[in-house]
Design a protein around this ligand. Structure first.
Ligand code: PLP
Length: 384
């Protein structure tokens, strides 16, 4: 059986061959626990330190500012809960309403614990309204603002420079947490220049093994751990570190950032090709978010509406045709609820169940796009 056409790269990416090779070597080399004082322990410690230094160099941050986690979900939880819990109960937070559920979840938990949670407004493209951010900042009790770099469902990137400027002009600047999971390797991210305080990454999205993520914590930002019981990762993430996965992740990040410009140009071209072919054959389709060639579109990610057809039904039909796509975020795709992201940009419940997310990746070729369009046309033409 031939491989499915994979258009779900925002959910995860296959491990890159160069990463697999370095992962295997590291698995063979590592024997000790990095906290052990003996030789094998020191070897493991050295491997972990080196992996962290390589990632820090690629991200242009200091190695002490990086905490290894299990992925994006844990990093987001650690950022929000870890930053807010040590603060006085009157301190609140503001988030965009299109954040991933791993930001919404801890934000709602903090709200249940009595903190003020403010949802910022977004426009029809999913871009945060700067005016709404300014209003939120008038409230000096705001301790943290969480605004993602790129939305996983819509493929809308945030105006990062503008957000940084608005935050800087606040009378009392809150911390900025940025979920950078979808942006890594696809959007240039200058964490220092943007004065980001906390940023979450999930490294399987760039071809590292699943189970390794990062939280960037600008030096000086106070954080409380979610778990207790060890001093690993500055006490912020206790438990024996996954050394081989960290080494593999270092390779994946170096490759992703080294190839950033070429990769984003390739993805952009594929996205434009895909939408151009789709809309010429199926003019009833609607593209959500920004225009396909807009500079703030996450390259290679499209969310399309085929009115009257549930996204999940379409995903299942496409699966039968050998196409892997998604009806929104992978973690919510088992639910019957309409997408909170599509609802936030003004879609009705029915529309918010009709989104089909197509996301291209490193392995996507132009001929895959032609085949996908042909299959979608066959699947949808009866509905035009
Ligand atoms: N944040 C965003 C924007 C995501 O797209 C995802 C996963 O799709 C996550 C966080 C969670 O990452 P993980 O599944 O690796 O925990």
């Amino acid at each position: 059986m031939s491989e499915p056409l994979y258009f779900d790269s925002n959910a995860t990416a296959r491990m890159r061959p160069e990463v697999r090779e370095e992962f295997q070597e590291a698995l063979l080399r590592v024997r000790g626990n990095p906290s052990s004082l003996h030789g094998p322990g020191r070897v493991a410690r050295h491997m972990l330190d080196e992996a962290r230094e390589r990632i820090a160099a690629a991200l242009e941050v200091h190695e002490d500012e990086l905490v290894f986690t299990s992925g994006g979900t844990e990093s987001n939880n650690l950022a929000l809960l870890g930053a807010l819990r040590p603060l006085a109960a009157r301190r609140g937070l503001a988030i965009s309403p299109i954040e991933h559920s791993s930001v919404l979840g801890p934000a709602r938990a903090l709200q249940r614990a009595g903190r003020t949670l403010r949802l910022l407004e977004v426009d029809v493209s999913g871009t945060v309204r700067l005016e709404s951010l300014r209003e939120a900042l008038d409230d000096a009790s705001m301790a943290l603002v969480s605004i993602m770099a790129a939305n996983n469902e819509l493929g809308t990137c945030s105006p990062l420079d503008d957000i940084a400027t608005v935050l800087d002009t606040a009378a009392k600047r809150p911390l900025w947490h940025m979920d950078a999971v979808q942006a890594l390797g696809r959007v240039p991210l200058k964490l220092r220049a943007l004065r980001v305080d906390l940023a979450s990454f999930s490294l399987h999205k760039v071809g590292a093994p699943v189970g390794v993520g990062l939280l960037y914590r600008r030096s000086g930002v106070g954080l409380e751990p979610l778990m207790y019981g060890g001093e690993q990762e500055h006490g912020l993430r206790p438990g024996t570190e996954n050394v081989a996965a960290a080494v593999a992740a270092a390779r994946a990040v170096e490759l992703a950032l080294g190839e950033l410009e070429q990769h984003r140009q390739r993805l952009r071209t594929l996205g434009i090709l895909l939408w151009g072919e789709l809309v010429s054959k199926l003019p009833h389709l609607r593209l959500l978010g920004l225009p396909v060639d807009h500079p703030r579109r996450l390259p290679g990610t499209l969310n399309i509406l085929s009115p009257g057809l549930e996204g999940k039904v379409l995903v299942m039909r496409l699966d039968l045709e050998g196409v892997a796509a998604s009806a929104g975020s992978a973690c919510a795709s088992g639910s019957l609820e309409p997408s909170h992201v599509l609802k936030a940009i003004g879609c009705s419940d029915e529309e918010a169940r009709s989104g089909l997310r197509l996301s291209c990746g490193r392995e996507t070729r132009a001929e895959d796009v032609h085949r996908l369009v042909e299959i979608l046309w066959r699947t949808l033409k009866s509905r035009t």
